[in-house]
Design a protein around this ligand. Structure first.
Ligand code: FAD
Length: 499
């Protein structure tokens, strides 16, 4: 059944919207904030107060370091304001609408003509964001002894930087300036206007028709969310499948799910140019030699993220960076200037909130406490929060083979899992790869409604060196979808001829 439904439009922000926004801004950029007078020299100056900067500042301050934290826009950075938090909040509401549309599957009766209150959904997003912003409040940071400076930071020397008129001298510095949306070079796009994650969550009215350009995690999550909120959605992806990093069977399941939702899927397709005609945006597409046109009211791009390195005067700091990969760091997250480190999206390929946190904590150990923690030691799980979710950790089977590691894979379809059947969430699988003739887990892909929760068990096993045989002996509460992991482990044990 298509997502298309009547969308109830109420334009403009309501008092509740404004209250939520006021609360968030009061936390993450108080209007009456006055930057403190800098101390003579900070143990650590952090540039950028997104996830990585905040985690680093709190960790360093709690261990007695004198810390300055500089933010040019909003505390909380991408994740809180324009990333993980609002995207997961909108996905939750969109899923509810999907469940209501399919309520009959659960033996429940819901009127057929469901009115989507888009403005209310977005109000909830703002409410969630406001609530979570409390943890990142400037006053709380100041109370923890952190000097918070709002303004643009620029390095002036290898051991100092400038924020407005204040000069901050440091023993060590950490660059955590994150990344911003990449803009695809499509003639006419800029003139026509488009949405990115930076402004999509400010919408109070739904576009009637939406084109999403880009089939990575962001494009996929947003396409599904907007479609389920009643927006007629088309998604364009250059590659033959969505989420090109993931295994083909996982990406295919997602395509099927999009098709069921009624998203118009254009794979192997590029947007050539955009023009405005009678208030609508007309986008020419090409797939091999076949040209077509879509007419929409809004375009949302999700075609990658570029690191924020431009405005820092990194040359003055003796730090190397390039526009595509960001700040160059070694395995200890040190830049060419031994005083200066980087963490999070500005320097990492894996641009995730959890990696930003982990790398930031690693820098605190290495920069302030003579640690020797290496980036290469990290085991990073990730998840795309579509329905079903697609989560992964470790090596893909193809990567293991490329490295000449003999690999054996155990797959359990979710339709064999009692809880998935009971919940009517049978789409997906748990696939765990081990090194052949051992139970060493190389990696896992989980495609399931709760894959993001389930992948932690495998991540723990990989980090702790727990083999798949041991997971077979772990009692999993019945009935849970995580039992699929134990079932894969049972399958492994059967191949070993043991019970
Ligand atoms: C739509 C979307 C959804 C996402 N969902 C997820 C998810 O579900 N799970 C997940 O793990 N990850 C998700 N991510 C990725 C996650 O948000 C990022 O990996 C994470 O926020 C990176 O944190 P960071 O601290 O490195 O950078 P940021 O959070 O971007 O923070 C950088 C900060 O530096 C500031 N800054 C930049 N330059 C300067 C300067 N010169 N002076 C002072 N300040 C400066 C910026 O204003 C910003 O506040 C999502 C991203 C997007 C866009």
């Amino acid at each position: 059944m298509s997502c298309a439904a009547t969308v109830q439009q109420r334009s403009g922000a309501t008092p509740a919207d404004e209250r939520a926004e006021r609360e968030r801004i009061d936390n993450v950029r108080p209007v009456d904030w006055r930057n403190p007078s800098p101390v003579r020299r900070y143990d650590l100056v952090i540039v950028g107060a997104g996830t990585a900067g905040l985690v680093a500042a709190k960790a360093a301050a709690s261990r007695g370091a004198k810390v300055a934290l500089v933010e040019r826009h909003l505390l909380g950075g991408t994740c809180l304001n324009i990333g993980c938090v609002p995207s997961k909040a909108i996905l939750r509401t969109s899923r509810l609408y999907d469940e209501m549309r399919h309520a009959d599957r659960y033996g429940a009766c819901v009127p057929r003509d469901i009115h989507v209150d888009f403005a209310a959904a977005m109000r909830r997003v703002r409410g969630v964001r406001a609530r979570i912003s409390r943890a990142d409040s400037a006053r709380r940071l100041a109370a923890a002894g952190i000097d918070v400076f709002f303004g643009q930071a620029r390095f002036t020397r290898t051991d100092a930087l400038q924020v407005d008129r204040a000069k901050l001298h440091f023993a060590k510095a950490l660059i955590t300036t994150g990344a911003r949306p990449d803009t695809p070079e499509i003639p006419g796009l800029a003139e026509a206007g488009y949405l990115t994650n930076e402004n999509a969550f400010d919408l109070t009215e739904a576009p009637r028709r939406l084109l999403v350009i880009g089939g990575g995690p962001l494009g996929c999550e947003m396409a599904q969310a907007f479609c389920r909120l009643g927006v007629r959605t088309t998604i364009v992806q250059r590659q033959p499948l969505f989420l090109p990093r993931e295994e083909r069977d996982a990406a295919q399941i997602l395509s099927d799910s999009f098709a069921r939702d009624g998203i118009e899927i254009r794979l192997n397709t590029r947007a050539l140019d955009v023009r405005v005609d009678g208030g609508a945006k007309v986008v020419d597409l090409v797939s091999d030699d076949y040209r077509s046109t879509v007419v929409v009211d809004a375009i949302l791009t999700g075609t990658g993220r570029v690191p924020n390195t431009d405005d820092l005067d990194l040359e003055a700091a003796g730090v190397d960076a390039d526009a595509r990969h960001g700040v160059r760091v070694d395995d200890f997250l040190r830049t060419r200037n031994r005083r200066i480190y980087a963490a999070g999206d500005v320097c990492l390929n894996d641009k995730f909130n959890d990696t930003a946190q982990a790398s930031a904590l690693m820098v605190i150990e290495n920069a302030l406490f003579n640690g020797r923690r290496r980036l290469s030691e990290l085991t990073v799980p990730w998840c795309t929060y579509t329905d079903p979710e697609i989560a992964h950790v470790g090596l893909y089977a193809r990567q293991a083979r490329e490295r000449n590691i003999p690999v054996k894979t155990f797959t359990i379809p979710m339709h064999d899992v009692d809880r998935a059947i009971a919940d009517d969430e049978e789409v997906g699988f748990v696939k765990i790869s081990v090194e052949e003739r051992s139970d060493r887990i190389l990696g896992a892909t989980i495609v399931a409604r709760h894959a993001g929760e389930m992948i932690s068990e495998i991540t723990l096993a990989v980090v702790a060196g727990v083999g798949l045989g041991t997971l077979a002996r772990v009692i999993h509460a019945y009935p849970t979808q995580a039992e699929a992991i134990r079932m894969a482990a049972d399958a492994y044990v059967r191949t070993r001829g043991r019970s």
